[in-house]
Design a protein. Structure first.
Length: 178
């Protein structure tokens, strides 16, 4: 198998490490293999790939879709980010709890976030190229979100020594209770 799959503290979340082959020319790795993921019990079907580039201190999230929830396999192509998933599955034992991973281009690790989670990330490096595979298409009219600093969730965001940069939309997202 070309991957190791590490279950996280919240059911359904996985940090995934591909087997990276390195030599004097650089490196090579499989970033996704349906066969390996299915063998590990991750039988999602991806329909859309997204990519963003952001600078240090950019915080995106916490986002989700209301009636067309998306599972996401996220990774950093270049740079380092603090990536967060918040459980918004009604009836879940970990409802309202969060889990984070540091994703970077050195380890090439990935984070699988199934449907039923809000997702966001903060760029820690000077810039980052962030890639995500999604299990459903993006529907602009179906967007939902939670404000990044909701005290009832209590995400422990890294201190960068400067204010985070958020979009107007993300600054004005409702709290978790709403």
């Amino acid at each position: 198998m070309s991957f190791s799959f590490n279950a996280c503290s919240i059911n359904g979340l996985y940090e995934i490490f591909p087997k990276v082959y390195e030599d004097r020319r650089g490196c090579f790795f499989e970033s996704y293999s349906e066969r390996d993921f299915f063998s590990a019990g991750l039988t999602m079907h991806f329909v859309q790939d997204n990519q963003s580039r952001s600078s240090r201190g950019i915080l995106r999230g916490l986002h989700f879709q209301k009636t067309h929830p998306q599972g996401k396999l996220v990774r950093v192509i270049e740079g380092t980010v603090f990536d967060v998933a918040v459980d918004i599955r009604q009836g879940s034992l970990t409802y309202g709890k969060w889990h984070s991973v540091i994703l970077d281009d050195k380890r090439q690790n990935q984070f699988y976030i199934p449907e039923g989670f809000a997702h966001g990330f903060l760029v820690l490096s000077e810039s980052a190229v962030f890639s995500y595979k999604c299990t459903d298409f993006y529907y602009p009219d179906d967007e939902g979100g939670i404000v990044w600093n909701d005290p009832s969730i209590g995400i422990d965001w890294p201190d960068l020594g400067t204010e985070y940069v958020l979009s107007e939309k993300d600054r004005n997202l409702p709290g978790f209770a709403e």
